[in-house]
Design a protein around this ligand. Structure first.
Ligand code: COA
Ligand code: MG
Length: 289
């Protein structure tokens, strides 16, 4: 998965449009982009959309309301019959909150007659100040945990900040910390890290830069808020032919020297971490057996 497009759950028009966006996944939002008086309508529209036609391979996630809102159970009851691929948990407060959601899903899968454990969980790990201190607690919290991602908008509101980006559009320190904690928390939990949204949706140059920095640092995907962002995200998170060829050379060099801890290729040293990285890249490119 490279691109995940947010779509307000109460907008049939945007949901339809999103189907043609080219995104690898859609996140049907029941939370922040839906006003309180539209929550019920959004649940019904979301279910209808989940049950409707879609192209093969398109993954559908539903972002429910946070566990402390009192809305989560009704959200889950409404959308589970549509068998979403995963639930996105906003304002996650560490592994314990994912374990909590896991139990809610297990009960509903049994009642609805769905396969046990089939629905994944993607946690938004940095939306509250307290959650920054729990990003290292996701390991083994739930077999459903599919990825971690992070958010800077709610966090900046909670911190009382005037802005979360500098004049050039780069995230300021508190949000760079949140981003790094998400990345490390995901790696420690053995799941992919997904980069946060880029809200300046007419600025393609800024989006591309942020995608490239995310890929460089280890994120494997990025969330979008507008269909126009999808093509750039897909392009940047698809390994280039040059990168694939280089990774294949590293894997081949180690295969040719079984037992070697280090090899030289084109005048540069490559050891085990390089081999691991090459294999990750080939897996992303669909080139690993
Ligand atoms: N998914 C599907 N379609 C979308 C879309 C989205 N996320 N964002 C915009 N569109 C559609 C618009 O409806 C419009 O359709 P039309 O040409 O048929 O009228 C077209 O794409 C062009 O949209 P545009 O005029 O450029 O933007 P807008 O002012 O209509 O919408 C936002 C701007 C920010 C309100 C909109 O992009 C949006 O709702 N994004 C998602 C917000 C969200 O889910 N936030 C929660 C997570 S942070
Ligand atoms: Mg939010």
């Amino acid at each position: 998965m490279r691109s995940l497009l947010f779509v307000p759950g109460d907008s049939e028009k945007k949901l339809d449009k999103a189907l043609a966006s080219g995104a690898d996944a859609l996140i049907i939002d029941l939370e922040d982009s839906v006003s309180a008086d539209r929550k019920t309508a959004a649940r019904e529209i979301a279910l209808g959309f989940l049950q409707g036609p879609r192209s093969d391979g398109l993954r559908l996630l539903v972002r429910v309301n946070a566990l402390d809102t009192g809305l989560t159970d009704d959200d889950l009851d409404a959308v589970l019959p549509g068998r979403p691929d995963a639930i996105m948990l906003p304002k996650a407060a560490g592994g314990a909150s994912v374990t909590h959601l896991h139990a809610k899903l297990s009960a509903r899968e049994t009642i609805t007659g769905l396969p046990d454990g089939g629905i994944g969980i993607v946690a938004l790990a940095t939306e509250t100040a307290a959650s920054l201190f729990t990003t290292g607690t996701y390991r083994d919290c739930s077999s459903r945990l599919a990825a971690l991602t992070w958010g800077a908008e709610d966090l900046s509101a909670e911190l009382g900040a005037e802005t979360n980006r500098d004049a050039t559009g780069r995230f300021l320190d508190p949000y760079r910390l949140a981003r790094s904690l998400c990345l490390a928390g995901a790696a420690a939990a053995g799941v992919p890290a997904i980069d946060t949204v880029y809200v300046d949706f007419r600025n393609e140059t800024g989006l591309r830069r942020e995608c490239e920095e995310a890929r460089r640092d280890g994120f494997t995907a990025k969330m979008a808020i507008h269909p126009a962002q999808v093509a750039v995200i897909n392009e940047v998170f698809t390994p280039t032919p040059d990168a694939v060829a280089h990774a294949e050379r590293i894997v081949a060099a180690f295969a040719a020297q079984p037992g070697a801890g280090v090899v030289g290729i084109g005048g540069k040293m490559y050891d085990r971490p390089h081999l691991a990285r090459a294999k990750v890249l080939l897996a992303k490119a669909g080139k690993m057996p």
